[in-house]
Design a protein around this ligand. Sequence first.
Ligand SMILES: Nc1ncnc2c1ncn2[C@@H]1O[C@H](COP(=O)(O)OP(=O)(O)OP(=O)(O)O)[C@@H](O)[C@H]1O
Ligand SMILES: [Mg+2]
Length: 270
Amino acid sequence: MKTREPHILVFGNEKGGTGKSTLAAHVVVSLLDMGKSVAVIDIDSRQRTLGRFIENREAFIRTSGKALSIPMYVVLGARNTPGEGVDEKDQQNQLQQTLGDLKSKSDFIVVDCPGNDTYLSRLAHALADTLVTPLNDSFVDLDLLAKVDPFSYEIRSLSLYTQRVWDSRKFRSAAEKAPLDWVVTRNRLATLGSHNNQRVNHVLKALKKRINFRYVAGLNERVIYRELFPQGLTMMDLKKLDEGAVSQASHVAARFEIKTLIKELKLPSV
Ligand SMILES: Nc1ncnc2c1ncn2[C@@H]1O[C@H](COP(=O)(O)OP(=O)(O)OP(=O)(O)O)[C@@H](O)[C@H]1O
Ligand SMILES: [Mg+2]
């Protein structure tokens, strides 16, 4: 039985495929490795990427007999039927009940959001202690935060998503909760720098002051972040499964990137 409130870590944005579920899976496994109790709420009930990662992990443990840690896990929003509209009260009750059930058992509750605006996603954003927003190395993804002048790269206006995060901030403040820690990170960076990379970097640095997020180092594009998905594993697990094995350089680099990300998230007691 935990006495402290669990820390709610939400992976969200309103853009598909930027790496929310991939980052969430790696952060979950890292926290488990540190001996933390972790619960996952997958509110992307259509894709269930993080949920499937956990199911794959369960199957791997069952068939291999290896002792790997696994998080508690719940999928929410599954009662939505296409064309039937969302029962907001029902979803709110589901989320509250789930959080209530997990509260006493977890140090961290990790919520993986879909890449679009849903009612459950808004609720999750309002409850987040830390919000992690991954972006790919592109102005298409930057559009998610703000509209940028195509010639001068000056910031013209803030996006709907940024305004929604601000609404979540207001909600927390009204509820006298600690301020939301919004972390924007880049994902799938090319290992070789490019002009585009530098320009995106420049705009993000300007935006971070204007809309108040922390901009932290992200992950490079690496096959190892995706190839172990069918087994529900990460490169951190590979080391544990075969201690004598010599790690490839890219695995060592990937482990370092994840370690740096975890450090920069500045999660409580981590
Ligand atoms: N750093 C990376 N290196 C290589 N591949 C990556 C990396 N990050 C994510 N991917 C791959 O990119 C794709 C999208 O990633 P992911 O599913 O995590 O995004 P998402 O933001 O959760 O998407 P959605 O909004 O649809 O839920 C997946 O195929 C994933 O394996
Ligand atoms: Mg996802």
